[in-house]
Write a protein that binds this ligand. Sequence first.
Ligand SMILES: Cc1cc2nc3c(=O)[nH]c(=O)nc-3n(C[C@H](O)[C@H](O)[C@H](O)COP(=O)(O)OP(=O)(O)OC[C@H]3O[C@@H](n4cnc5c(N)ncnc54)[C@H](O)[C@@H]3O)c2cc1C
Length: 382
Amino acid sequence: MTQPALTNLSEDERLFRDSVYEFANREVRPLVREMDERAKIPPALVEKLFGLGVMNIEIPEEFGGSGAGFFHSVLAVEALSRVDPAIGVLVDVQNTLVINALQCWGDDQLRRTYLPRLAKNTVGAYALSEAGSGSDAFGLTTRATERGDNWLLSGRKLWISNAVEAGLFVVFATVDPAAGYHGITAFVVERNAPGLTIGKKEDKLGIRASSTCELLFDECRVPARNVLGDIGKGYKVAIETLNEGRIGIGAQMVGLAQGALDHTIAYIKERRQFGQPISDFQAVQHQVARAALDLEAARLLVYNAARLRDAGQTFLTEAAMAKLFASEMAERVTSLAINLYGGYGFVKDYPVEKLYRDAKIGQIYEGTSNLQLQTIAKRVIG
Ligand SMILES: Cc1cc2nc3c(=O)[nH]c(=O)nc-3n(C[C@H](O)[C@H](O)[C@H](O)COP(=O)(O)OP(=O)(O)OC[C@H]3O[C@@H](n4cnc5c(N)ncnc54)[C@H](O)[C@@H]3O)c2cc1C
């Protein structure tokens, strides 16, 4: 049997991607600059994302979701990030981390309680990082103590995406600090849980519209039935969801770079110097050709990792490669975009300055580039 090319989309995948991109152009593009300046996503836009069906991609239809596969999440994140990577990450966290964690690790009761809400109108957030534990995520200190039918969570989480919009949090805490990572346990925490406060919102370099906040837990009461997966197995929940989430970040970076390249190609055909469009200069053509090559290579890595995941094959190294390469590629491509816009690239009246700022986060969250290199090295060197 001939294998289809990685970038060959099925009819369903193509229609889905095109409809998301069409939505992004119509509903998101007019708001991009204002959302970036105000560092806020209008609630009405979040509602429209639910209406579009991109907030519940992998939730089974019986729970009100779209019942699609992981590859659809990747296509949605890419198409949205082509217009605004801040919207891309909102959708990415919802699907590849929160829904994914509930789907894979939730028992029947948790899935029945929360998946319909996530499918309908509830944004999710994923709270692993703390001030003292980022790359060393399992060095976390948020403590969970059993009290009757509840767990009491105490501690602080930092850098939590979607925290402003979220109605539900997947939170990692330790039930036994002496047990190291074997004490880590995942909990599903509702926004109105007594003892949970959403703290300071970060003022960021890029993806400014995406909210990033501190979470404060002060004996926050979580029912025992809201333990996600087994007690002491939260590290597995984290590792496995982040392995997939990473592919989503690769998709965000691919979409972002495609957006920058779209703008740049239109601009160089318009902009005239020395009596001709700057796109007529071979030096410029070669730079753009190299960027297109870079982007295609990243897209292939991302699609390959996503398709491996949907096929139930191992994809750990491929996901790390995809995320690492795509995020570095996005920085290169957006930097070139600014160069080719000249002075206009350096000001906020043109779109590429924002995309350059947005690209930087790809090398930091869901595992820094050094951590991705570590994963790859472990596989290739042993
Ligand atoms: C905008 C934004 C959104 C985020 N969203 C979320 C979220 O929704 N949920 C969540 O839980 N977290 C989130 N994070 C946190 C993010 O995942 C961490 O910032 C990231 O994992 C890095 O951790 P750190 O910031 O503590 O850096 P550190 O771990 O302190 O790393 C600092 C530097 O040291 C390097 N380094 C560390 N250890 C090693 C090593 N062993 N070998 C080589 N180099 C090393 C790193 O590569 C990096 O260059 C977000 C962060 C940001 C900025």
